[in-house]
Design a protein around this ligand. Structure first.
Ligand code: UGA
Length: 441
C-alpha cells in the first residue's frame, strides 16, 4: 500500500520504517532539510535499539523515502499519517499548530480521496478539527473531494519502539467510515497475526484511549511513589510492599516501581494535557492533578535526601551522577529527573560529574558551557574526586557495580539511589551509607 508519513520524529520514523519493512511503499515528509539529508546518509536523529539498520535497509531497498516535498508526499499516499509534534502550550494543553498545518497542506495538494490518520497524541476532538481544516481549505480552493480522518494512536515505548510497533498489543482504529476501516485493516494485516489485535471504535473514544492508557500508567507510578513516602513515614520498606501487592493479579507487578519520578516526552505532557482539556471543558480531573503534583514532588526527592544529609551545605561539593536519560535505553532527556536534581545541586553550589551510557551528547547540548557540569567517559571516571554518588536511571550497567571501588573513590561512603537498585543490607556490608526511595530511612 502507498503510505505517507508527515513528521519524521520518534513516532513517525519508527512507524514508517516498520511499515516499509513489511512491504508497504512509504514516503516520509519533514520540514527539516537537514534531517532528510542525514536520513538519506543513514544518520538517524534518535537513539533507539534496532532502528538504524531497519531504516537503512528499507531506504536502500527503496521502500522508504525521505523528502521535504509535501506535494509529492500528499500525492503518493492512499493513507497519510500525521505524526508531527504536539508540544505543550504554556498552560500545559497540547499545541495543535503543526497538526493543523499538515491538515491544510494535505487539502491543498490532494488530487483525490485520501485517508488521513492522526498518529500524534492529540486531545479529544482533534480529528474533528483536522476534518474542519481540510474541508475549509478544500472549499477555499474550490476542490470537490472527499476524505476520511481516522484516529489511530501509537502505543510504543522509547527503548522498545521497534518491537512495540512490530508486535503491538492492540491496534486502535477510531473511525465511522467503512472505507477507512477496511483500508486500515489491510494496512495493519501483517501486524495482526495470532489473534485479532484490532479494536475499532468511534473517533473520540480512540483519542481518549491514548490519554487514558498513559494516565493510568502514570497514576500507578505516582500512587507507588506516594506509598513509598508513606513507607518512610511509617518505617516500612516499599520494596516488600511492592512484592506484596504485585502478587495480586488484579494489580500486577508492572509499573509499580517507586523512584525519583517519571519523565519522558509522554507521561508528563499527556497527564497535563488531559487535565487541562478537562478543566477547559469545566471538569476538574482531581486524580490527574494529584498524579502530576506527586510526580513533581518526587523529582525533588533525591535532592531532599542529599540536602538533609548535609544540612543544606552543598557548596563546593562534587557529586558523581550515574544516569541522565529519563529511563534506560534511550538518550532522551525530556523531563528527566536527573535535570531537576542537577539544577537543584547547581543552585546549591555543587558541581556535577556525570556519566550516562547514551545521553552524554544530549546533556552536553542542553547544558552547553556550564562549568559546574563535567561529563565523564565512564561510570568509574565520574567517581574520581567526588564527595558522594547518586543514581538517577536504572541502566543495566549500573546494577552490579564494584562497591569496593565506589567506596574507595568517594570522599564519603555515601550512595543515593533514585531507582532502588540494591538491597540495603548488601550495600551496608560494603560500609556504604545507602539512601533509597521508601526503604525505611
Ligand atoms: C510511555 C508509555 O509507556 C507507552 O505505552 C506510550 O506509548 C508512550 O509513553 C507514548 O505515549 O508515546 P515512554 O514515555 O517511552 O512510554 O516510557 P515508559 O517506559 O513508560 O517510562 C516512563 C517513565 O516512567 C520513566 O521515567 C520511568 O522511569 C518511569 N517509571 C516507569 C517508573 O518510575 N516506575 C515504573 O514502575 C515504570
Amino acid at each position: 500500500m502507498k503510505v505517507t508519513v508527515f513528521g519524521i520524529g520518534y513516532v513517525g520514523l519508527v512507524q514508517a520504517a516498520v511499515l516499509a519493512e513489511v512491504g508497504h511503499d512509504v514516503v516520509c515528509i519533514d520540514v527539516d532539510q537537514n534531517k532528510v539529508d542525514n536520513l538519506e546518509k543513514g544518520i538517524i536523529p534518535i537513539y533507539e535499539p534496532g532502528l538504524t539498520p531497519l531504516v537503512k535497509s528499507n531506504f536502500e531497498s527503496g521502500r522508504v523515502k525521505f523528502t521535504t516535498d509535501a506535494k509529492r508526499g500528499v500525492e503518493h499516499g492512499d493513507v497519510i499519517f500525521i505524526a508531527v509534534g504536539t508540544p505543550p502550550d504554556e498552560d500545559g494543553s497540547a499545541d495543535l499548530k503543526y497538526v493543523l498545518a499538515v491538515a491544510k497542506t494535505i487539502a491543498e495538494f490532494m488530487p483525490k480521496h485520501k485517508i488521513v490518520i492522526n498518529k500524534s497524541t492529540v486531545p479529544v476532538g482533534t480529528a474533528d478539527k483536522v476534518s474542519a481544516k481540510i474541508s475549509e481549505t478544500l472549499a477555499e480552493l474550490n476542490k470537490n473531494l472527499t476524505f476520511d480522518v481516522v484516529s489511530n494512536p501509537e502505543f510504543l515505548k522509547e527503548g522498545a519502539a521497534v518491537n512495540d510497533c512490530m508486535r503491538p498489543d492492540r491496534i486502535i482504529i477510531g473511525t465511522n467510515s467503512e472505507t477507512a476501516e477496511k483500508k486500515l485493516r489491510e494496512l495493519y494485516a501483517p501486524f495482526n497475526r495470532n489473534h485479532d489485535k484490532i479494536i475499532v471504535m468511534d473517533i473520540r473514544s480512540a483519542e481518549l484511549t491514548k490519554y487514558a492508557a498513559n494516565c493510568m500508567l502514570a497514576t500507578k507510578i505516582s500512587f507507588m511513589n506516594e506509598m513509598a513516602n508513606l513507607a518512610e513515614v511509617f518505617g516500612a520498606d516499599i520494596e516488600n510492599v511492592r512484592l506484596g501487592i504485585g502478587s495480586d493479579p488484579r494489580i500486577g507487578y508492572q509499573f509499580i516501581y517507586p523512584g525519583c519520578g517519571y519523565g519522558g516526552s509522554c507521561f508528563p505532557k499527556d497527564v497535563q494535557a488531559l487535565a487541562r482539556s478537562a478543566s477547559e471543558a469545566g471538569y476538574t480531573a482531581q486524580i490527574l492533578e494529584s498524579v502530576e503534583a506527586v510526580n513533581y514532588k518526587q523529582k525533588e526527592k533525591l535532592f531532599g535526601y542529599i540536602s538533609a544529609h548535609f544540612n543544606g551545605d552543598l557548596a563546593g561539593k562534587t557529586v558523581a551522577l550515574w544516569g541522565l536519560s529519563f529511563k534506560p535505553n534511550t538518550d532522551d532527556m525530556r523531563e528527566a529527573s536527573s535535570r531537576v536534581l542537577m539544577e537543584s545541586l547547581w543552585d546549591a553550589g555543587a558541581t556535577v560529574q556525570a556519566y550516562d551510557p547514551e545521553a552524554m551528547e544530549e546533556t552536553q547540548r542542553i547544558y552547553n558551557g556550564r562549568s559546574d557540569l563535567r561529563l565523564m567517559g565512564t561510570k568509574e571516571a565520574a567517581l574520581e574526586g567526588a564527595d558522594f554518588l547518586v543514581i538517577c536511571t536504572e541502566w543495566q550497567a549500573f546494577r552490579a557495580p564494584d562497591f569496593e571501588l565506589i567506596k574507595e573513590k568517594l570522599k564519603e561512603p555515601l550512595l543515593f539511589d533514585g531507582r532502588n537498585l540494591f538491597e540495603p543490607s548488601r550495600i551496608q556490608e560494603y560500609g556504604l551509607h545507602y539512601y533509597a526511595i521508601g526503604r525505611g530511612l
